[in-house]
Design a protein around this ligand. Structure first.
Ligand code: ADP
Ligand code: ZN
Length: 220
């Protein structure tokens, strides 16, 4: 199954992709991770894309699509995959069509004020990218318990140090939400018109939501 997870920053896209992927036996492919990998390994491509990433700008569509295409050619992606962070613009959605045929697009959503609380409380493993959250959110019918590591400040998966991304700090978060609405919202309409979009409202923590999301994906 070839899936795209869409959703604003903080909705839990990466977390859900990383849990649903293993349940379905398909890899989670995050373009943000691909970008960070190239930069970390100081490849020629990495040098080029670092300028964009450092400024919080999108890497040019042709460059990011080429990186993704290579990743999708690897063995583990032949059965299917979950795309997380791609496409981000209508132009990328068009380019993707030459590369893969998508079965379903999952549109994850959550109220803006909850997103802001959640992102500001996000902690990420510096080694493996595993995601935790220290917020305990009660807002109307939304109850999201914190996702804490077993040992404070250390990743459960690899023991690496947890950190707070600079662009996860509260001031920047509202701006990122605006950018998301402007750039990515058109994608929702695009896939809805194609008839492959499914909406998923997040109103609890991953423990309760993961089985519901599996049902939504399977119930095609
Ligand atoms: P963010 O949620 O801050 O955008 P990501 O981890 O998704 O973080 O991406 C990190 C960086 O990688 C982005 O700032 C951007 O430079 C680049 N990037 C990731 N995905 C894409 C994409 N689909 N198109 C262009 N650039 C991308
Ligand atoms: Zn880790």
């Amino acid at each position: 199954m070839k899936l795209i997870f869409l959703g604003p920053p903080g909705v839990g896209k990466g977390t859900y992709a990383s849990r649903i992927g293993p349940l379905m036996g398909i890899p989670q492919i995050s373009t943000g991770d691909l970008v960070r990998g190239e930069i970390k390994n100081q490849t020629p491509l990495g040098e080029k894309i670092k300028e964009y990433s450092d400024k919080g700008l999108l890497v040019p569509d042709e460059v990011i699509t080429e990186m993704l295409k290579k990743r999708l050619e690897e063995d583990d992606a032949q059965k299917g995959f979950i795309l997380d962070g791609f496409p981000r613009t209508l132009n990328q959605a068009g380019l993707l069509e030459n590369v893969a045929e998508i079965d379903q697009v999952i549109n994850l959503n959550l109220a803006d004020n909850v997103l802001v609380q959640k992102i500001s409380a996000r902690r990420i493993c510096r080694n493996c990218g595993d995601i935790y959250n220290i917020a305990d959110i009660h807002e109307g019918d939304i109850h999201m318990p914190p996702v804490l590591p077993k040992k404070e400040g250390a990743c459960d998966r690899c023991g690496g140090p947890l950190y707070h991304r600079d662009d996860d700090k509260e001031g920047v978060v509202r701006e990122r939400l605006l950018v998301y609405k402007k750039e990515t919202q058109p994608l929702i309409d695009y896939y809805r018109e194609k008839g492959i979009l499914k909406d998923f409202h997040v109103n609890a923590g991953p423990k309760q939501m993961v089985p519901k999301l599996m049902e939504l994906i399977k119930g095609k």
